[in-house]
Design a protein around this ligand. Structure first.
Ligand SMILES: *Cc1c(COP(=O)(O)O)cnc(C)c1O
Length: 419
C-alpha cells in the first residue's frame, strides 16, 4: 500500500513551508530596480520587520542565509582581539562562536549542556569577573534549533545589568522570529539576527540584522568593517541599491511583502499564540508516547522549549527508522537530530526533530502526529498509548493548557495596511 500522494509536509525546522500567497507573489517578471514599486515597497518591509521584532531599531538586510547574518552582526560589533562571551555550547551557539573566532575575536563559551537553558546567574558571575570590560558582546541563541532549547533573553539582559557590564547583547532569533514572543526593545536586545526561511515563511536567501543606537555607536568605533557587510549604508540608504550593496533580491522582497501581510493580518500576538498552542499539542502527544518506551522530549520543562521546533530522543536506530518510514509512507519529513552526537556515531541515529514553525495549522500538526504514531506502531517502537488523543484534546479544548486562544483576523489579503 502506498500512501505517499497528496501534499507533503516537510516538518523540518527550516526551510519551513512556504505559503501559496508567498509563492504567487514571487512568481512574476523581474521589476525595474531603478524606479517603480519595489522602492517604496522595500521601505514598508523595513518598517514591518521592526513591528514583528517589536523595536525601533535600525534594520539591515542582506542576501545571505543565517550564517551570513551571524557574520555581519559580528563584523559590525566586534573587532579583532575583542572578547566575545557565547552563552551555550549547543549546535548554533557553537556555530556562531566559530564565526567570531574566524573574525579573530577571542571567544569564550559558557556550557549549560544540551538539555537546559542558559543560567543568567552564571552569565552575571562571568561578567562581574570582567572588571576591565574585555568582553564586548554577549551572544545568545533565543531558540537553539538543534536542542530546541528556548533561552530567556530578557533574563540574560537583566543579568548583564546587574553586573553593570557594558557589552552588547546579541540574540540569534533565526528560528524564533514570528514564532516565539520576541520584544527586542523591552527585553533590551541590542542586536537581533534573523533569516527568511523559518518563521518568516520564505525560501532561504535573506538575512536580517536589527541593531539599536548603542550597537550603532559601537559600530562607529570600528575602523575596518568591510564595505559589503557594513550595516550603516544598508540601514540608512541614500540610494536604493545601498539596501543590498548592489542588486536587490527582487523576488524575495515580493515574497517577504506577502508574508509580512499574512503575519499582520493574523496579528503577531495571534501568530505567537498559534505557535504556542500547536506546540502544546505536539508536546501532549510526545508526553503520552513517552510514558512507555524510549521516546523523550529533549527539554524537560515546557517553559524552556521552543514553540517552533521540538527535539526528541528515541534511541538508535529508532530515530533514523522513524524518519525513513514517515518519509517513504506518509509524505511527512521529520528533521534529523543535529549536534546531539558525532555524525559518524551510531547514537546519532537516535534523535529526530519536529519543525512546527511558520505556515502551519491544526490539521497539519494532527496529521503529522498521526503519522508519527503510525510509524511508532509499524516499527514496533514501544510507546505509551493515547498520544494523538492527547493532541486532539489540546486542539479541541483550547483552555486546557491555559493559553491565549488565537484570534483570527478576517481581513482580505488585499486590504491589509502596512506601516
Ligand atoms: C537555521 C539557523 C541558523 C543557520 O541558518 P542558515 O540559514 O542555515 O545559515 C542559525 N541559527 C539558528 C538558531 C537557526 O535556526
Amino acid at each position: 500500500m502506498d500512501f505517499s500522494r497528496g501534499r507533503q509536509y516537510r516538518a523540518i525546522p527550516g526551510p519551513s513551508v512556504v505559503p501559496e500567497s508567498v509563492l504567487r507573489a514571487m512568481h512574476r517578471a523581474s521589476p525595474n530596480i531603478y524606479e517603480g514599486e519595489i522602492i517604496g515597497m522595500t521601505e514598508t518591509i523595513v518598517g514591518d520587520l521592526r513591528r514583528i521584532a517589536r523595536t525601533e531599531s535600525d534594520v539591515a538586510m542582506y542576501i545571505c542565509n543565517g550564517h551570513g547574518a551571524w557574520e555581519t552582526a559580528l563584523a559590525n560589533m566586534v573587532g579583532a582581539g575583542d572578547r566575545v562571551l557565547v552563552c551555550g555550547i549547543d549546535h548554533f551557539a557553537l556555530g556562531w562562536g566559530e564565526v567570531a573566532k574566524r573574525l579573530k575575536a577571542q571567544v569564550e563559551f559558557l556550557d549549560f549542556g544540551k538539555r537546559t537553558p542558559v543560567d543568567p546567574a552564571r552569565v552575571e558571575e562571568r561578567l562581574r569577573q570582567d572588571k576591565t570590560g574585555q568582553i564586548k558582546a554577549v551572544l545568545v541563541t533565543h531558540v537553539d534549533t538543534a536542542t530546541s532549547i528556548r533561552n530567556d533573553v530578557a533574563a540574560v539582559r537583566q543579568a548583564m545589568d546587574r553586573a553593570g557590564h557594558a557589552a552588547l547583547l546579541a540574540a540569534d532569533c533565526i528560528a524564533s522570529l514570528a514564532c516565539d514572543r520576541m520584544e527586542m526593545d523591552e527585553w533590551g536586545v541590542d542586536v537581533l539576527v534573523a533569516a527568511s526561511q523559518k518563521g518568516l515563511m520564505l525560501p532561504p536567501g535573506l538575512g536580517f540584522v536589527l541593531f539599536n543606537a548603542k550597537a550603532g555607536a559601537v559600530r562607529s568605533r570600528l575602523s575596518d568593517v568591510s564595505a559589503y557587510w557594513d550595516w550603516v549604508p544598508r540601514a540608512k540608504p541614500k540610494q536604493f541599491y545601498e539596501y543590498f550593496a548592489g542588486t536587490a533580491p527582487t523576488h524575495h522582497l515580493f515574497g517577504l511583502r506577502a508574508s509580512l501581510d499574512m503575519l499582520h493580518a493574523e496579528g503577531i500576538e495571534a501568530v505567537w499564540a498559534r505557535h504556542e498552542h500547536l506546540a502544546h499539542a505536539i508536546w501532549a502527544a510526545c508526553d503520552a508516547w513517552s510514558q512507555n518506551g524510549p521516546l523523550q522530549l529533549n527539554v524537560k520543562d515546557a517553559v524552556n522549549r521552543s514553540r517552533a521546533v521540538t527535539s526528541l530522543r528515541i534511541g538508535a536506530p529508532n530515530g533514523f527508522q522513524l524518519r525513513q518510514w514517515l518519509e517513504e509512507n506518509t509524505e511527512v519529513t521529520l528533521g534529523i537530530g543535529l549536534g546531539m552526537a558525532d555524525p559518524g556515531d551510531q547514537s546519532a541515529l537516535g534523535y529526530f526533530r519536529i519543525g512546527h514553525m511558520g505556515h502551519i495549522n491544526a490539521h497539519m500538526v494532527l496529521g503529522l502526529l498521526g503519522a508519527v504514531q503510525a510509524g511508532l506502531e509499524f516499527l514496533g517502537i514501544p510507546h505509551g498509548p493515547g498520544g494523538l488523543d492527547a493532541a486532539i484534546r489540546v486542539i479541541s479544548q483550547p483552555g486546557c493548557c491555559s493559553l491565549p486562544i488565537p484570534v483570527k483576523a478576517r481581513q482580505q489579503p488585499g486590504n491589509v495596511k502596512h506601516s
